[in-house]
Design a protein around this ligand. Structure first.
Ligand code: 3PG
Length: 396
């Protein structure tokens, strides 16, 4: 894989695909982890005299401009971190982007608006995607892939552009690949995987493959409810998608056959809604009241998870254990984070939300062996799947 050190970038227009999909709070960046992770590549390119065009997505807008998903707060935060304002084009490949790019000087940097404001970005039709990729490629002379968190998406800016321009991996992508490879080869055991978070549909299928590699899989967050339902427990109004319960039942059987332990919460913190002052209580996992929803794992489960993590040789953690943004539902996530920091294991934390959670709860990245910016991407990588973004770099 070619790296940015192999590219002659001085004076060249270089399109950098970053993953700047960060949480916002009241129009401001709530966690800038992914922006900070992009800095080494961006500063290396500008200091080498490249004309840098940064492109990224934010959230999941529906293929047309939507001010709620503007990258403006991200450009503002990037400017603060770089110590100089960052201009944001008003469009992705339109007149504003073209004018801003034409005005770029060596060492300059401009950001394009949210790539997902253009339906071609995420289209499953190769022609539609290719058309948008052509327009993106016309803006630049070289392409740098540094948005690891989006590399599992076969999107125009991730996959197709890389086939149209001389390309290379940025420093973040290189670091991610080196760290995550340690979870695909000769893994130090016991290998404990902790799964949680709310994006259950995105991650659920990973469990089938993790059962074949992990020794124990600890399941918290919204991910736990299909499993609890599969055991016949009532889960009240907890997040639960129909169809997941049967699949969870299948995973429990598969795990039993493989000798892999799936560890579920034995208690849950419930409330009527995920609100700051919602009255809440701890209940047994098989006694969630009808009109209540599980919003965190309970203290007994937190202790069980922590005790399983401490003696591990390797831990991969993806997804918070509860609604960590609200203090009363942050205990489980905190307990898991603490257990990772005191364990001698090779500890990898993956995902935008999980990275944001540890930092918000006072656990800096340096307390873990590696904090991946990729959620779905890191999960697919450790399953040995081919990430389209990485495949495109190899094809070049
Ligand atoms: C992420 O947050 O995992 C990445 O930025 C990818 O976002 P997506 O799941 O909306 O494609």
């Amino acid at each position: 894989m070619k790296t940015i050190d192999d590219l002659a970038v001085a004076g060249k227009r270089v399109l950098v695909r970053a993953d700047l999909n960060v949480p916002l709070d009241d129009g401001r960046v709530a966690d800038d982890g992914r922006i900070r992770a992009s800095l080494p590549t961006l500063t290396a390119l500008t200091s080498r005299g490249a004309r840098v065009i940064v492109c990224a997505h934010l959230g999941r807008p529906k293929g047309k401009p939507d001010p709620r998903y503007s990258l403006a707060p991200v450009a503002a935060r990037l400017g603060e971190l770089l110590g100089r304002p960052v201009k944001l084009a008003a469009d992705t490949v339109g007149p504003s982007a073209q004018a801003e790019v034409a005005a770029l000087r060596p060492g300059g940097l401009v950001m394009l608006e949210n790539l997902r404001f253009n339906a071609g970005e995420t289209s499953t039709d190769d022609v539609d995607r290719g058309f948008f990729a052509d327009r993106l490629a016309e803006l630049a002379e070289e392409y740098v892939a540094d948005g690891f968190g989006a590399m599992h998406r076969k999107h125009a800016s991730v996959y197709d552009v890389a086939l149209r321009l001389p390309c290379a991996a940025g420093y973040l992508v290189q670091a991610e690949v080196v760290a995550l490879r340690r979870l695909t080869g000769d893994i130090r055991r016991p290998y404990v995987v902790v799964l949680g978070g709310a994006k259950v549909a995105d991650k659920f299928s990973a469990i089938a493959s993790l059962i074949t590699t992990a020794d124990q899989i600890l399941v918290g967050g919204a991910m736990a409810f299909p499993f609890l339902a599969a055991k016949g427990y009532k889960v009240g109004t907890s997040l639960l998608e129909t169809g997941q319960v049967d699949i969870a039942a299948g995973y429990l059987e598969q795990a039993a056959r493989a000798g892999t332990e799936i560890v579920l919460p034995s208690d849950v913190i419930v409330a009527a809604e995920p609100a700051l002052d919602a009255p809440h209580e701890v209940v047994a996992a098989d006694a969630i009241p009808e009109h209540q929803m599980g919003l965190d794992i309970g203290p007994e489960s937190a202790a069980l998870f922590a005790n399983t993590i401490r003696p591990a040789g390797t831990v991969f953690w993806n997804g918070p254990m509860g609604v960590f943004e609200l203090p009363r539902f942050a205990g489980g996530t905190k307990a898991v984070a603490r257990a990772l920091t005191v364990s001698d294991a090779f500890t990898v934390v993956g995902g935008g939300d999980t990275g944001a959670a540890i930092r918000a709860l006072g656990f800096p990245d340096a307390m873990f062996a590696y904090v991946s910016t990729g959620g779905g991407a890191s999960l697919e990588f450790i399953q040995g799947k081919t990430l389209p973004g990485l495949a495109a770099l190899e094809e070049e």
